[in-house]
Design a protein. Structure first.
Length: 406
């Protein structure tokens, strides 16, 4: 069957730039025709994957018994269990990045703001990567309580830390993009700047692949998984590098004179929430955590019943870990630290049954250690977002646990 030649209306041709017209004239007819319509995918009669998950996903999930979870583990000492479970998480995170000999902090620029000062600094987060970060310091005499503010995923990699703190000393395109993102996901407010006005030192840095840690060739979400695969070929895990870097950043915070090292919390929404509870579970430098719109069980996250699959790519992929622990089991390694978890009833990424089951699991752990009064799990009638009311709720939690009289 011959391919029908593609022809442009005369009016369209007359308005085309000469170079574009020349390229179209030289291009094969089949190529030009393909650009005009969506190509049909090749399919076979028999298959083994549907909706990007294996058709036998429910069978695989039945084999996940989580033998290292608190209550399933044969270890009865909570302190010993935490040590064993944390070691398994770190083992599954594969080889960590080599630590830098020194942070080598360099203060780049500063900007006075209403009630606080914004700083831009650079430092070695590991032996391979020197990165930039923002630090907001309230007016007055410190040391102050602090928050490591962790940015989201959003399938938007052009900005990272700028989602959390109003950027400065950068291209105007970055500022415009950050303003639009704050409006879209955070009710028009920069969360970091709001916390700084309330008396907190706020730190925020880019995760690998975001902002100033992206691709030389430019942002392309489709390349994220390819890069993660290449990292894995090197025996490293991209998601784990993100968590290791969050741990290193928190360690840096403990060295800054403006920060009370005993009062450092972490907070985030979406992927930032995942980063927050992972950081709280693995870092002894964190004393409290806030996770908004990221908690679920694997049973619901990958489900034909709820028509769900993991869309974050490798953002939370730790090889082999699900053979030992589910998400709420890992988050429970933070017990007995104060923790606030909020999920949305209208959050299409994390169905309510999965959030409720995860909350119940975590409450069981905190209760077993007589610490149920410092774990707060809530469902709000909101979509996947972190609006002003949720931010205010987080601030109340932080004030309760980081500003209490000691």
């Amino acid at each position: 069957m011959m391919t029908k030649p593609f022809s442009f209306p005369l009016m369209m041709v007359s308005r085309m730039p000469a170079l574009l017209l020349l390229l179209l004239m030289l291009a094969p007819a089949s190529w030009v025709w393909a650009q005009g319509k969506k190509q049909k995918l090749q399919k076979r009669e028999h298959y083994e994957f549907a909706s990007d998950i294996p058709v036998y996903v429910e069978q695989l999930k039945q084999e996940l018994t989580y033998p290292l979870a608190w209550g399933n583990s044969k270890t009865r000492s909570f302190k010993k269990w935490k040590k064993e479970a944390r070691a398994k998480v770190l083992e599954c995170m594969m080889t960590p990045p080599k630590a830098a000999a020194d942070f080598g902090v360099e203060w780049l620029e500063s900007e006075r703001r209403d009630g606080y000062t914004a700083h831009r600094l650079s430092f070695w987060v590991n032996a391979y990567s020197r990165i930039t970060a923002y630090l907001l310091v309230p007016d007055g005499e410190g040391p102050f309580p602090a928050v490591n503010l962790l940015h989201d995923h959003g399938a938007h990699l052009y900005i990272g830390k700028e989602k959390m703190i109003r950027p400065f000393a950068v291209d105007s395109a970055v500022v415009k993009d950050a303003d639009q993102w704050a409006q879209q996901l955070y009710g028009g407010r920069y969360v970091g700047d709001h916390l700084a006005r309330q008396g907190y030192v706020v730190f925020s840095a880019d995760a690998p692949m975001w902002g100033e840690r992206g691709r030389k060739e430019g942002v392309d979400r489709n390349k994220y998984d390819i890069i993660a695969g290449n990292m894995m070929m090197l025996g490293r895990d991209l998601s784990a590098f993100m968590t290791y870097d969050d741990m290193a950043c928190t360690r840096l915070m403990t060295t800054l004179p403006c920060i009370d090292a005993g009062r450092i919390a972490c907070m985030g929404c979406s992927m930032g929430a995942y980063r927050a509870w992972m950081l709280a579970a693995l870092s002894d430098d964190i004393c409290a955590s806030v996770a908004i719109c990221w908690m679920v069980t694997t049973d619901v996250q990958l489900s034909t019943r709820f028509n769900r699959k993991e869309n974050g790519g490798f953002a939370n992929c730790i090889p082999g870990l699900r053979q030992w622990l589910d998400y709420p089991h890992i988050a429970s390694l933070a017990c007995p630290k104060p923790a606030l978890f909020i999920n949305g009833r209208r959050d299409h990424l994390f169905p309510v049954p999965g959030a409720e089951a995860a909350f119940q699991t975590m409450r069981g752990v905190w209760e077993s250690q007589n610490a149920s009064d410092v774990l707060e799990t809530e469902l709000w009638d909101v979509p996947h977002s972190c609006g002003l009311e949720l931010q205010d709720r987080a601030l109340l939690f932080l004030d309760k646990h980081l500003k209490k009289v000691r």
